[in-house]
Design a protein around this ligand. Structure first.
Ligand code: ZN
Length: 609
C-alpha cells in the first residue's frame, strides 16, 4: 500500500533533523534563517549550498541539487533507499516494519558487511595482542620505540604484528568464530595453488579505519630479514567490498575534529608520515594509501575543510605526486598549498630532526600555493645559468602565470617571480604577453558560449519558470488545492514536461502528504531539483488564489508566444489552403494574446476558490 509506506517514510523523516544529518557530511554555518556550506555535489569556493531546518530540505543555488534528508543520503553517501531509511530510522529510534521481498537483497548485503567488519575487528585484536606479547612482539616494539612512538599512541591506534608463518591467522579463525572464507573475503587470506594462506606475514600492522572508526583494511610494513617470499616492504589489503583505497584516507576518523579546529588538513603519503605528526601533537593529518590523490579524496576532504596542505616526500616522485595532487584538489575548489621540507626527505624524518614548530611553519606560513610551487618545480628542471635554460624557464613560467585569471593576482606573481629568480621584468612581461595574446581570443569565445548555454538555468529566471514554481509551491503547501490546480494547468497546457510530472505527482501520488518534500526521494533527479527550487526560491505572500491565477495567465501567455512563433514559421513556407488555415489560426492566437491580463485572470475557468 503506497499510503502506508509513505506514512512510515514521513514518520522517519520527521524523527530526524536534516541540519544535523547533512552537518555530518558538510560543514554548515548558520546564516539568517538557514544554513550554508560548500556544495558536496559540485566544486565551489564560496558556499551556495543551503539547508533549511524549517522546510527540512537542501538546495544548491549553484548546481540546483536539491532534495530531502533521504535523497541526501542516497546521493551523497551513496546509500540505497532502504539503507538510507534504516539509517535514519535508527537515529530516530523508530523500528521499521518487516521489509518487502524486493528489499531483502539490501538486507543480505548488510549482514555480510556486518560480518566483514567483525572479522576485521577480530583480526585487529589478534594482531594487537601479538604485538603486546612479551617475546613474539619484541621486534616490532623495538622498531616502534626507535621510531619514537609512545605506548599510548600504539595502543590507541591498535597497531599490531602479524606472525611469520603461512597460516597462523587462518589457524585461529575458527576459535574466533570465523570461516577461512570470511578471511578470504576481507583480503586477510589469499587463495594459492595449495589452498589459502595468510596475506600478512611478519609485518607491523596498521589498521585502516573508515570515517566511522571501523577497521576496513590493513597496511603491513615488513620487519626483519626479507626474502623473496615476504613480498614488498609495504603491503595493503586488496580492494574489497569494505575497502577502496581511492576513496579512503588513513586517519580521517582520528583527524576530523582537529581539521575542523585547525581550519586546514595536512595530507601526507603514508601511515608513518601521518602517525609521526600525531606523536608530535599535530593531529590534523591524514594520509593517502599508496595511490595518487583522487577526485573522490578531494570530495571527502571538502566536507571537513576548504584548505589543504600537501606534505609529500621531497624526492622527484613525491614532488610530481604533489603537483598532480594540487591540481586535482584545485579543480575541486579547494585552496591548496605545499609544504616544502627543505632539509628532510619526508615528514617523518623532518619532524624527528627539526620538531613540531618548524614542521608547522613549513605547513602554514612557509607553504607555497599552487602557482608558486609550479614555478619552484620549473626552476629545478631548468639550468638558468645558460641562455637556453633561462629562456625555456621563462617561457614555461609565463605559461603558468598566464593561467591566473585575476589581473592583480597575476601582476603580484610576476613581481615575485622576477625578483626571486632575478629575471628582466621587461623581457618576462614580453614573454607573458605572447602567451596571453594567443589565449585571449580563446577565452572570449568560450565566455560567450558559456553565457549562451547558461541563459535559462543561471542568471535571471524567466517569468514563466517563476510562475510555474510558484504554482508548484502553492500546490505543495495546500493539499486540497492540488487537484483543482492540476485541472486548470492541464487546460492551459504545461510548456514543459517537468511541470506536468511534478503537478501530477503532487495531486495524485503524494495526495495525503502535507509535506511532499519528505517524499521527494521518489522523484527523478531533475524533478527533485525543480521542486527544491520551487520551495526554496519562491515566497508565498498575499491571496493565494489571485497569485495562482496570475501565474496561470503568465504561463498561458508564454505558451501563446511559443505557439505564435511556431505558426509564423510554418506560414512562411505554407501554400494554398493550409496557408489560409494557418493565417486564421495566427490571427486568433494574436487576438487572444492581446486580452488584458486582468480579464484573463477572471476568465480562468477551473481554478476558483
Ligand atoms: Zn551545488
Amino acid at each position: 500500500m503506497p499510503e502506508f509506506r509513505q506514512e512510515v517514510v514521513e514518520n522517519v523523516r520527521q524523527g530526524v533533523d536534516i541540519v544535523q544529518v547533512v552537518g555530518e557530511h558538510v560543514r554548515l554555518e548558520k546564516r539568517g534563517k538557514g544554513y550554508f556550506g560548500l556544495c558536496p555535489f559540485h566544486a565551489e569556493k564560496t558556499p551556495s549550498f543551503s539547508v533549511s531546518q524549517e522546510k527540512q530540505m537542501y538546495y544548491c543555488f549553484g548546481c540546483q541539487a536539491g532534495g530531502n534528508v533521504i535523497s541526501f543520503l542516497m546521493e551523497h553517501a551513496k546509500m540505497s533507499f532502504p539503507e538510507a531509511l534504516e539509517n535514519l530510522a535508527e537515529r530516530a529510534g523508530i523500528t521499521l516494519p518487516v521489509p518487502h521481498t524486493d528489499d531483502s537483497d539490501a538486507f543480505a548485503r548488510r549482514r555480510v558487511r556486518e560480518r566483514d567488519l567483525k572479522v576485521m575487528e577480530w583480526a585487529t585484536d589478534v594482531f594487537h595482542r601479538q604485538l603486546q606479547n612479551d617475546s613474539l612482539g619484541r621486534v616490532v616494539r623495538d622498531y616502534l620505540k626507535q621510531r619514537g612512538l609512545s605506548l599510548d599512541l600504539i595502543t590507541s591506534l591498535k597497531l599490531g604484528f602479524s606472525l611469520a608463518g603461512w597460516s597462523t591467522l587462518l589457524a585461529r579463525a575458527e576459535s574466533g568464530g570465523f570461516a577461512p572464507a570470511d578471511l578470504l573475503r576481507v583480503g586477510l587470506a589469499v587463495q594459492g595453488e595449495k589452498g589459502l594462506y595468510d596475506r600478512f606475514r611478519q609485518r607491523l600492522m596498521f589498521p585502516i579505519r573508515n570515517r566511522q572508526g571501523q577497521v576496513i583494511a590493513f597496511g603491513g610494513r615488513l620487519l626483519g630479514d626479507s626474502d623473496d617470499s615476504s613480498g614488498p616492504k609495504y603491503l595493503n589489503s586488496p580492494e574489497t567490498d569494505l575497502f577502496s583505497k581511492g576513496r579512503e584516507l588513513f586517519g580521517l576518523d582520528r583527524a576530523a575534529k582537529a581539521i575542523g579546529k585547525a581550519g586546514f588538513a595536512i595530507v601526507v603519503e603514508g601511515y608513518m608520515d601521518a602517525i609521526t605528526p600525531w606523536q608530535y601533537g599535530v593531529d590534523n593529518v591524514v594520509a593517502t594509501l599508496g595511490t595518487a590523490l583522487s577526485a573522490e579524496h578531494a570530495q571527502i576532504l571538502r566536507r571537513y575543510t576548504a584548505h589543504i596542505c600537501l606534505c609529500f616526500d621531497t624526492d622527484a616522485a613525491g614532488q610530481t605526486a604533489a603537483l598532480r595532487g594540487m591540481e586535482v584538489l584545485d579543480k575541486k575548489g579547494l585552496a591548496v598549498k605545499v609544504a616544502v621540507l627543505a632539509q628532510g626527505k619526508d615528514p617523518d624524518e623532518f619532524l624527528r630532526k627539526f620538531g613540531r614548530e618548524q614542521f608547522m611553519a613549513a605547513a602554514t606560513a612557509e607553504a607555497l600555493p599552487l602557482i608558486e610551487y609550479r614555478v619552484l618545480t620549473l626552476s629545478k628542471q631548468h639550468d638558468r645559468t645558460t641562455p637556453q635554460g633561462l629562456g625555456a624557464f621563462g617561457a614555461q613560467v609565463a605559461k603558468v602565470l598566464a593561467n591566473v585569471d585575476n589581473a592583480l593576482e597575476r601582476e603580484a606573481y610576476v613581481k615575485k617571480v622576477v625578483e626571486q629568480y632575478n629575471l628582466s621584468e621587461d623581457a618576462f612581461t614580453f614573454e607573458l604577453a605572447k602567451v596571453q595574446g594567443g589565449r585571449f581570443t580563446d577565452k572570449l569565445t568560450k565566455a560567450r558560449h558559456t553565457m549562451a548555454s547558461r541563459g535559462v538555468a543561471k542568471g535571471v529566471t524567466p517569468g514563466w519558470v517563476r510562475a510555474a514554481r510558484i504554482l508548484l509551491h502553492i500546490m505543495a503547501k495546500n493539499k486540497t488545492e492540488r487537484q483543482p490546480m492540476l485541472d486548470t494547468w492541464v487546460s492551459i497546457g504545461f510548456i514543459d514536461e517537468k511541470y506536468r510530472h511534478l503537478a501530477t505527482w503532487l495531486a495524485h501520488d503524494v495526495l495525503h502528504s502535507d509535506d511532499p518534500m519528505s517524499l521527494a526521494h521518489e522523484l527523478a533527479q531533475d524533478l527533485k531539483s525543480e521542486l527544491a527550487a520551487a520551495l526554496t526560491e519562491e515566497n508565498l505572500e498575499g491571496n493565494l488564489t489571485d497569485m495562482a491565477n496570475e501565474c496561470f495567465v503568465k504561463i498561458e501567455e508564454h505558451t501563446l508566444t511559443l505557439e505564435i512563433a511556431r505558426v509564423q514559421a510554418e506560414l512562411a513556407t505554407a501554400e494554398g489552403a493550409s496557408r489560409v488555415a494557418l493565417a486564421t489560426m495566427l490571427r486568433d492566437l494574436q487576438r487572444h494574446r492581446k486580452i488584458p491580463q486582468r480579464e484573463k485572470v477572471s476568465q480562468l475557468r477551473g481554478y476558483r476558490t
